[in-house]
Design a protein. Sequence first.
Length: 64
Amino acid sequence: MGQAAHAGEHGKGFDVVAKEVRNLATRANESTKEVHSKVEEITSFVHTILNATNTSEKALGNTN
């Protein structure tokens, strides 16, 4: 609790709010990491599709 304990009831309320802000910040950080991971997965998938498309185009170009 730290200095909040010295501030009486107002300090206790502040401590509750501060803990909730820390919890929200932690959850936001975890969500950000999850979104980043999903974006990397999608980017990898797009690159795979792009490579396959390029390979197909080259193969079709060789048949004409």
